[in-house]
Design a protein around this ligand. Structure first.
Ligand code: DGJ
Length: 820
């Protein structure tokens, strides 16, 4: 809801939050409050506004009519250069005379439908959030005008009541005759009263995305930025800012994100006055945008959320926002198929025969989609050639992608294909024909990444060419799924043939060009399920998710490493957006051996698939895979679209935060990963525990749920586990009547026919018990004792717990029986 009181107090409310700002005495836009919902009626403005009776000793005070207001000690909706606000500005414009001082003051406001703001984004070729029901959601447009220069600043606020999110964006319009230059334009600024803040951001690299990092900031500035041209695996644009004592389930947490896929910067900065300024937007180091007469520049959309229910509350908001207001199209809520991807099964060594064998196995196991990854086009036998040459490699695929796709579909599977449309190899016909299409400074040696260059998507002819090439590939292969890869960071930012003064546009212009191509192709092929990928998670952001409903979360498919990566994503992105595959053991990235059941548990928390050579697996593993596929199909809707909650590790996030103030919690949290996914109606849930490291004689672990209905009665049971007897090593002799030599012939023979039964967890209990006390699980094996209800729980073991509502109440029945 948007309330405007006395024409100068703006109160934006969502279901649980309030966002308040006002016009100051000189037209300045002052921020007053963002947090838990408040009532600003009566004399709310006077109570909230900062009081000034004299200037601060060292501060700039521009004139008395400002009531001694010191810009550096105020909360602003947007901070500018040159008038005494010494913190980082939200906007930096270079005027005709070279000056950068700016004073934008209030001119007008307008309440509009969110769909009208969407139109502004569409015009600028930027992705954006949306409200399904068109006119329902409301937005506020504030227009400010520069006091001296002929320019306007427009601020957009979209209010999403259902998920406690407010999005913001800013637009500068050049109304004068001369060209001006935008060097910085933040999407959102949030100034708040605080003297300490805990910043949580997500960092990493290839195969190590989304490691959660916490910092306590009491002064100075924290910066989270990506400079490689993508939203990056180094620093994801999703950042949380919390009161230091905030825990998973309690405390005030703010979060920002950006609907953008290029270089971005998030910062939290204390000036000298116990106020923290949060900024989010395009990284100003990569923006230098000349704006001619009449032109405007719109920032990407910034996303703001608040919860007083800790990190869990923020995640709930973010998940809902992404599901409802970012992901769109036919696949928004459509259950995603179980796939087999050829990459880790065969890498570049593919052929029609090999792929068909794999696909046949996949079909026999009940999978639904076969994806041919890299290696099918040009002369592509490794990563050194052929990107750009999107024609069939007839040596590998004598019948082309068309013939292969027909054969795959004849097996009853959908067909998916890998492409990397933004790239070109020097060894390609495309580069030989159009060397000037690469992002490359012709006066320098070019730095390559994975032996490839980036196509200059800021050029219209390049975009048109790629749209036509991709259309041809998608039509020829009649594909149902596309994996859209992007495997390098930018270097040598230079648009060949472009003017010197326009070169600063390239990083952003590239991203706008990319969005134009993605928009064209997703509109043209609405039924295709697109999956984003950038060497895994090097471009996992809300910009990509506005076109593609899911993204390959990481090239690291190791189940244990994935727990950290996936839980990292889970803070800001729902599980329906991160895809996760079961791969071989030992794992190809870590060489770690993990049980198939563990790989299933971890992969089934995301959009599930397989990526291994099924043809080489022993029959018992194929049997297990068939069971997994069945389980996943049965639970798919809940697992993909239910409510995902982190339950904390052994040293839980909560307890650790309490003792340590929140430092280094990520590492401890990985010891044991406990999560749960609950159906929307709370009638069913799947619980998970993954053990990264055994700690002897921590024999008793409980599983305490979140999100179940306190009143409902549930059946709680574990997925059945069977152990290979060889897991016990020579301890087998403690059970065997005859001596068995470890790893000897007899040991292997017994292992083929005798499996050890795992523990049974089987309880009936109310939601209130499960939510508040939790189930005490069976005792773990700890060097002594082993019986039928001992939980063998070595390194890398996992358990899945099915929790289902019992509609007939057996407690009542037995009570009735007793009465009789
Ligand atoms: C990087 C991706 O992340 C992998 O999954 C795979 O598709 C390769 N590229 C193919 O080159």
């Amino acid at each position: 809801m948007i309330d405007i009181i006395n024409e100068n107090l703006f109160h934006l409310t969502t279901s649980e939050t309030s966002y308040v700002f006002t016009v100051g005495n000189n037209g300045e836009l002052l921020h007053l409050y963002y947090g838990q919902k408040i009532d600003v009626s009566a004399n709310g403005r006077n109570a909230l506004i900062q009081k000034w009776s004299h200037g601060n000793a060292c501060s700039v005070v521009s004139d008395d009519s400002r009531h001694m207001l010191c810009p550096d000690d105020e909360k602003w909706e947007m901070g500018f250069m040159g008038k005494g606000d010494l913190r980082s500005p939200a906007a930096e414009v270079i005027w005709k005379n070279g000056g950068t001082t700016a004073e934008f003051v209030f001119e007008s406001y307008e309440i509009m439908d969110i769909s009208e703001v969407c139109d502004a984004f569409k015009k600028a070729s930027l992705p954006h959030s949306y409200d399904e029901e068109g006119g329902k959601g409301k937005a506020l447009k504030i227009t400010l005008k520069e006091k001296t220069e002929c320019a306007k600043l427009i601020l957009y606020y979209c209010v999403y009541d259902d998920c406690d999110v407010i999005t913001r964006s800013s637009e500068i319009v050049n109304c004068g005759q001369a060209t001006i230059k935008i060097n910085n334009l933040a999407s959102l600024q949030l100034d708040m009263d605080a003297d300490v803040i805990k910043v949580t951001s997500f960092h990493g690299d290839w195969a190590r995305e989304m490691e959660k990092c916490d910092v306590l900031l009491t002064g100075g500035k924290f910066v989270n930025e990506s400079r490689g041209g993508n939203s990056s695996n180094h620093s994801n644009p999703f950042v949380m800012y919390a009161e230091p004592g905030a825990t998973e389930s309690a405390g005030e947490v703010y979060a920002t994100n950006l609907v953008y896929s290029g270089n971005h910067r998030e910062s939290a900065e204390f000036g000298g006055h116990a106020k923290c300024r949060i900024l989010t937007g395009i990284d100003p180091d990569f923006l230098s945008w000349p704006l001619k007469k009449g032109e405007s520049f719109l920032s990407p959309e910034g996303v703001l959320s608040f919860s007083d229910k800790g990190y869990r509350g923020i995640s709930r908001n973010e998940h809902k926002f992404v599901r409802e207001h970012i992901v769109r199209g036919e696949w928004k809520y459509k259950e995603r198929p179980i796939l087999l991807n050829s990459w880790e099964a065969a890498y570049f060594k593919i052929s029609e025969g090999k792929l068909l064998k794999l696909a046949k196995e996949a079909a026999d196991c009940g999978m639904e989609l076969f994806v041919m990854d890299d290696g099918w086009f040009g002369k592509r036998d490794d990563d050194k050639s052929s990107l750009g040459d999107w024609y069939d490699n007839k040596e590998k695929l004598p019948n082309g992608i068309k013939g292969l796709s027909e054969k795959i579909k004849a097996l009853g599977l959908m067909f998916g294909i890998w492409v990397e449309p933004e790239m070109v190899n020097a060894d390609s016909d495309l580069y030989r024909t159009h060397p000037d299409w690469a992002v490359k400074d012709p006066d320098r040696d070019h730095a390559e990444g994975r032996d490839q260059m980036i196509l200059d998507f800021s050029k219209r002819e390049v975009r048109e060419y790629i749209i036509s090439q991709m259309s041809d590939v998608f039509e020829r292969s009649n594909c149902d799924y596309v994996k859209w890869d992007m495997n390098r960071n930018f270097s040598d930012f230079f648009s060949q043939g472009g003017k010197a003064e326009d070169q600063g546009k390239l990083p952003h212009a590239y991203i706008l060009g990319l969005y134009e191509v993605m928009e064209a192709l997703t509109q043209k092929f609405p039924h295709i399920l697109f999956e984003g990928c950038a060497s895994g998670g090097n471009r996992f952001d809300l910009g990509i998710l506005s076109y593609f409903p899911q993204i390959w979360a990481s090239d690291d498919t190791d189940a244990v490493a994935r727990c950290t990566i996936q839980n990292g994503y889970s803070y800001g992105y729902p599980q329906s957006t991160w895809s996760a595959h079961i791969s071989a053991s030992p794992n190809h990235q870590t060489l770690r051996r993990t049980p198939l059941a563990t790989r299933f548990a971890v992969a089934s928390m995301g959009v599930f698939g397989y990526e291994l050579n099924l043809c080489d697996l022993p029959s018992e593993e194929i049997k297990e895979i068939k069971e997994e596929v069945e389980i996943y199909k049965k639970w798919r809707k809940i697992l993909q679209f239910g409510d995902f909650y982190r339950l904390g590790g052994r040293v839980t996030q909560e307890s650790f935060d309490r003792y340590s103030g929140g430092f280094l919690s990520a590492r401890l949290d990985t010891t044991l990963t406990r999560n749960i996914i609950v159906s929307k109606d709370k009638s069913e849930a799947m619980g998970y525990i993954v053990n990264a490291e055994i700690h002897p004689n921590y024999s008793h672990t409980s599983f305490r749920t979140v999100g179940l209905d306190d009143e409902k009665l549930y059946h709680f049971c574990n997925r059945e586990v069977k152990y290979d007897i060889r897991r016990m090593g020579d301890l087998v002799n403690m059970l065997s009547p005859i001596h068995i030599k470890q790893d000897g012939v007899l040991h292997n023979l017994v292992a083929r026919f005798k499996k050890l039964d795992g523990e049974t967890e089987d309880y009936v209990a109310r939601g209130s018990l499960l939510n508040n006390a939790g189930v005490n699980l069976t005792q773990t094996f700890a060097g002594s004792g082993f019986g039928e209800n001992t939980r063998l729980y070595a390194d890398f073991e996992a358990r899945m717990y099915e929790i289902c509502e019992i509609r007939e109440d057996p407690l009542e029945e037995s009570a009735d029986d007793q009465k009789k």
